[in-house]
Design a protein around this ligand. Structure first.
Ligand code: XIL
Length: 468
């Protein structure tokens, strides 16, 4: 069997569904070839032997550079479009989608048997002008529509999505980052994840951020608590991405393995999504690889570019290949670490993390006293050909509510595929939407919102609200 064929098979094997088969196949091939273990000679093949992928960010306009594609095709078995799937690239004008450059990258990846990470569906940065100027419900709906449309377009072609990117603030507060999306309400992140799950049920859904490498940092802890909360409440989340842009201000932390294993212990995969290291410190690169190999659910590493000249931080020379495409010492360190890596047994052997304090979920009142004064509901729609997102605002009357029910009749042919912040009695026809535990109580004159996504046409729904 030729090296090339072996590499291609290793690449094809490196999908989430085929991890175990891949490890077995790679091991079997190696044995047949040499009668003893043979070290893999590329990053992707070596990672595949560990049941993982090794990827890189790719720019569509470099796919015509043969020096670039030679390294890409030889070394990597996963790609992340560096800019081409971002909001400004895929929806430059509202409801006008442009997938040309992203599709080019996906096609290239497919032709080489590489998997694709999607990056990113909802982010405060690289928003098109029309979105930057939006706020409130209009922005929430536009964001959900974007998530739905883009995830639907790439359904079946993207193994994992960075659904939400960089939603937490730096520094010691552990707070959310202020942004137009954040100002639509704290639940914008879970709403984005729900919309992504509905659009592509088979893609792994990740939360991705930077400066979340050091386990003791407030930002790391805040992301941890959000993921823990999502898992407890059943918000669909499958993975956490650590960008891991490391430099002298954000050095490799000695507790990095604790960070990886702590997230993994929540029941999510962990991926290193944008690795680059100032000066390409070979020791730090080696440590990152060893830490990932030590955590069973750390299932892949992506570096943020191929040659230093491809890097968004080119002056830091942070990548594995120099400007001429030559392997740097960091490359050798990474390949050696991958080849030496021992496939971990489950459970991981890392020290269990100290669980950060969690806020217990608020228990709903056991026997709520009946309210009076009622409630009102209004519905706003964001429609596209074949589907819609409805946002329903429930406003309490003079007595406030302890609970509420909104009844609406969907137009014939319309079917609900997904709903958030409510429990529904049916998916079509006349539907009762009732409050969930955390949004039943509304003070007099105040409001809460729930929403749902549907196929068909959603126009003409008239909500009626009943308070309890
Ligand atoms: C960077 C790209 O590499 C640049 O080409 C672009 O000009 C700006 O964005 N965090 C992320 C990535 O999630 O999308 C960013 O990529 C780097 C920081």
């Amino acid at each position: 069997m030729t090296q090339q064929l072996r590499r291609r098979k290793a690449r094809i094997a490196a999908t989430w569904s085929g991890i175990l088969a891949g490890v077995a196949a790679a091991a079997a091939m190696t044995t047949v070839m040499a009668g003893s273990a043979v070290a893999a000679t590329t990053l992707g093949a070596s990672a595949a032997e560990r049941g993982r992928y090794f990827g890189t960010a790719v720019a569509a306009n470099k796919l015509s550079d043969s020096a670039y594609t030679t390294i890409l095709n030889r070394e990597f078995n996963s790609v992340t479009p560096e800019n081409e799937m971002k909001i400004d690239a895929t929806e430059p004008n509202q409801n006008q989608f442009n997938y040309a450059n992203a599709d080019r990258i996906v096609q290239h990846a497919r032709s080489q048997g590489m998997q694709v990470r999607g990056h990113t569906l909802a982010w405060h940065s690289q928003q098109p002008g029309w979105m930057q100027n939006m706020s409130g419900t209009a922005l929430r709906n536009a964001m959900l529509n974007h998530v739905t449309q883009v995830a639907t377009h790439f359904r079946g072609q993207v193994v994992a999505w960075d659904v939400v990117n960089e939603a937490f603030a730096d520094g010691s507060t552990g707070a959310r980052r202020d942004s137009n999306l954040q100002r639509t309400g704290d639940d914008w992140i879970e709403a984005a994840f729900r919309a992504a799950r509905a659009a592509d049920p088979n893609a792994k859904l990740c939360y991705n951020d930077y400066n979340t490498d050091d386990w003791t940092h407030a930002k790391t802890q805040a992301v941890y608590r959000m993921v823990q909360d999502f898992k407890q409440r059943g918000v669909p989340i499958d993975c956490v991405g650590l960008q891991s842009h490391m430099n002298n201000q954000s050095p490799y932390p000695s507790n990095y393995r604790t960070t990886l294993s702590s997230f993994a212990a929540l029941g999510v995969d962990v991926q290193i999504t944008e690795l680059d290291i100032e000066g390409a410190n070979a020791t730090w690169y080696r440590n990152v690889v060893n830490d990932c190999l030590a955590v069973a659910r750390c299932n892949g590493i992506t570096v943020w570019g191929i040659r230093d000249s491809d890097s968004w931080r080119a002056s830091q020379t942070p990548l594995l290949f120099d400007n001429n495409g030559n392997k740097k010492p960091a490359y050798d360190a990474v390949l050696q670490a991958l080849n030496n890596g021992v496939t971990p047994t489950t459970p991981p052997t890392t020290t269990p993390p100290t669980t950060p304090p969690t806020t217990p979920p608020t228990t709903p009142p056991t026997t709520p006293p009946p309210g009076t004064g009622g409630c009102t509901a209004t519905v706003s729609l964001n429609s596209w050909t074949g589907g819609f997102v409805a946002t329903v605002r429930v406003t309490a009357g003079a007595s406030g509510t302890n609970g509420w029910r909104v009844t609406m009749t969907l137009p014939s042919g319309a079917t609900i595929t997904n709903a958030w912040n409510t429990t529904r009695s049916a998916n079509s026809g006349t539907v009762n939407f009732t409050n969930v535990s955390y949004n039943g109580r509304i003070a007099a004159g105040q409001s809460t919102e729930f929403g749902f996504q549907g196929t068909g046409v959603g126009t003409g729904m008239t909500p009626t609200c009943t308070a309890s």
